[in-house]
Design a protein around this ligand. Structure first.
Ligand code: WTA
Length: 644
């Protein structure tokens, strides 16, 4: 298939867009020459109880300190709800589409406001106060959005744990942020199956003595045990409280949420976002990147368990008074036409999904797409991993009928919102490129020694200066924040990604350059999977790397050395895969396990992952220099015995 170099902005889109090229250039110039004035003006998109007078106060060196709008006072939930009541109280805020195509709900801003107030009052009745951490472990039901906003309303810090994580993963996250309230559900639904959330929570809480109260939403009606004194049904508690709850005044730098994410070493980090800067960034990026016009139906297919769900299902769209669609199901249930059926059913205008979903649907051909008209679609977006040009073009030609611009949005849990992306009415697209930085974002590419590279080049993607939406710290461990993001290249925020910049200044993200694997857009630390494997009694040692995978982008490839008395068998291989699923969650299950009598190590005992990555990728003709290995012989064995 031939690849067009450039997909130009369409004149009809540019004519009606919030930002055209001239405006983009002007905004980018103003944001870089006068960030205080630029962001003071953008901050007005929010309602402040006390408007900020100090705008930017940030430093990327030394102890690293990030403050935006620091003397401002606001409440995130009031910005998502209360301020819309007068003008659009009866507009639908959330369209909920169930896993079962016959299940749907429409929730207006007025109804959502009342429900959030009720849950906020229930949380207060359980003793929650400003600054307390509340863990949320919910399926994709309306109550998930309600829970985030209810925490924000009373100033509690939410920590959402993806419903696909195991009891152990949930327990670790509860312990790390010392949270005393958990909001969960009896069960979740996905693709016609049930997910035992309450049972998982019960298992997790065995090792969480700090947990005082569990609020249980009745989602499926499944029969679950309730522990007296600790567990409370949400619907019963909600019936006892009023639908009025004044929003807590929050300093701009008061924490809004913690979200755990994987890095190259150690346990997942609690990425901390605060209120003012995050909300400005969520609103600014949602409006401009998707060219959101009032009245449009907007659908982001992410799960609220990930940052994409936080910023682009809940906070961004609701801050902007949008109608946001929440989908409980999966792309291929009941069949692989589902996304497009939902688009037609709810007249979706803006659709934002992940490359892995596009690649999976591509495999089923065009017919399931063409069964739906998709006439309402106007803008398409992707996020989570690099999108290969083939998938980009399929999305563009088949899904969007060459009518809809595609915004390939690069960002991270840490960045709070989108950083590098096309804009529908302003930036010509190149299939596979995230294109250009948003106004206020200053990407740089640095080499291994930290020298900033100019012009067309390739290297490590860093950001040179602060933007309002960035994380402020790692919860409870500021030193780890400084070490992880600001020590590799002094004075720069290091993303952990590699990137190429072409002659037009366009960025092409090449993927992680650290020991993080991106599986279907989900971040997994190789160290996490390794420690799960070595926790198995029959495993002596394990090394995990990513390898190219047609659908998932990257798959998980594990090299496993068994203890001396054990023989490798197919049954044991299956047992180990199941073990990792249970320890971390299904997303961490290895795609391939290779039995390794030994691992390639340097004389100082460091595993040479570079070699393991090449073997996993079947690039064994050029393994590079193996002379520094303690025992170069192990490599031949590994090459000869690749897992199919
Ligand atoms: C990858 C998700 C290429 C990248 C919002 C990043 C991307 C990691 C893109 C963050 C994109 C995200 N093109 N790669 N458009 N978007 N990534 O924290 O490796 O779950 O570092 O945030 O996903 O994943 P996270």
């Amino acid at each position: 298939m031939s690849h067009p170099e450039l997909v130009k902005v369409k004149p009809d889109i540019a004519a009606n867009a919030l930002i055209n090229r001239q405006k983009y250039d002007d905004m980018a110039r103003r944001a870089s020459t006068g960030p205080d004035a630029f962001w003071a003006a953008e901050a007005k998109r929010l309602d402040w109880i006390k408007p900020p007078t100090k705008i930017k106060n940030t430093s990327f060196s030394g102890a690293v300190s990030i403050k935006w709008f620091e003397d401002g006072v606001l409440n995130a939930s009031a910005n998502c709800l209360d301020r819309h009541l007068a003008a659009r109280g009866d507009q639908v805020a959330i369209i909920w589409e169930g896993d079962d195509p016959n299940d749907q709900k429409h929730v207006t801003y007025r109804q959502l406001h009342a429900e959030v107030c009720r849950m906020a009052n229930v949380l207060k009745s359980l003793g929650a106060k400003k600054g307390d951490r509340i863990t949320i472990y919910l399926p994709m039901i309306v109550e998930a959005a309600v829970a985030l906003l209810a925490c924000a309303r009373i100033g509690a810090v939410h920590s959402v744990v993806f419903g696909g994580f195991s009891p152990d993963s949930l327990a670790n996250r509860i312990q790390d942020c010392d949270s005393s309230i958990l909001i969960t559900a009896d069960e979740g639904r996905r693709g016609g199956r049930k997910v035992p959330l309450k049972a998982n929570a019960d298992a997790a809480l065995k090792s969480c003595p700090m947990m005082k109260s569990v609020l249980v939403v009745r989602a499926t009606g499944g029969d679950v045990p309730m522990q007296a004194g600790r567990d409370h049904w949400y619907h019963e508690a909600a019936a006892q409280v009023s639908a009025d709850c004044a929003p807590e005044p929050m300093g701009a730098e008061d924490p809004l949420f913690i979200l755990y994410t994987s890095g190259s070493t150690g346990k997942p980090k609690g990425v901390l976002h605060t209120t003012g800067g995050y909300m400005v960034w969520a609103s600014f990026t949602h409006e401009y990147v998707f060219d959101y016009h009032p009245g449009e139906i907007y659908w982001c297919t992410a799960d609220v368990g990930w940052v994409t769900g936080h910023t682009y299902i809940v906070y961004g769209p609701l801050a902007n008074g949008a109608t946001t669609l929440m989908f409980e199901g999966i792309p291929n249930y009941p069949d692989s036409s589902r996304f497009w059926q939902v688009v037609d059913k709810h007249k979706v205008n803006i659709f934002y999904t992940a490359p892995t979903a596009i690649r999976a649907l591509m495999r089923d051909g065009e017919a399931p797409v063409k069964r739906a008209s998709r006439a309402s679609l106007r803008v398409l977006g992707t996020v989570g991993e690099p999108i290969n040009p083939e998938a980009w073009l399929w999305y563009y030609r088949v899904v969007g009928d060459e009518r809809c611009p595609i915004v390939d949005t690069w960002w991270q849990t840490e960045t709070g919102g989108i950083m590098i992306t096309a804009l529908p009415g302003a930036i010509d697209q190149k299939p596979g490129s995230a294109t250009l930085p948003l106004p206020g974002v200053q990407p740089v590419i640095v080499d291994g020694e930290g020298h900033v590279l100019e012009g067309p080049t390739e290297g490590n993607l860093c950001i040179a200066d602060s933007w309002p939406g960035m994380m402020r710290t790692v919860f409870g461990d500021h030193e780890r924040f400084v070490q992880t993001y600001f020590s590799t290249f002094k004075g720069y925020y290091f993303s952990g990604d590699g990137a190429r910049r072409d002659e037009d200044g366009y960025y092409w993200i090449t993927g992680r350059v650290d020991d993080v694997i991106n599986v279907s857009g989900h971040r997994m630390g190789t160290a996490e999977v390794e420690s799960a494997l070595v926790a198995h009694p029959k495993v002596a040692e394990a090394a995990v790397v990513g390898f190219p995978h047609d659908i998932k982008g990257q798959g998980i490839y594990a090299y496993v050395t068994l203890i001396a008395s054990e023989e490798p068998t197919e049954a044991l291989r299956r047992e180990l895969v199941a073990w990792v699923r249970k320890e971390i969650g299904p997303i961490a299950a290895p795609d391939a396990i290779q039995w390794a009598p030994g691992l390639p190590k340097t004389r100082s005992g460091k595993i040479m992952r570079r070699i393991l990555r090449k073997i996993a990728a079947n690039e064994t003709s050029n393994l590079g220099d193996t002379s520094t290995l303690a025992d170069p012989g192990v490599v031949d064995d590994l090459v000869a015995n690749r897992a199919a």
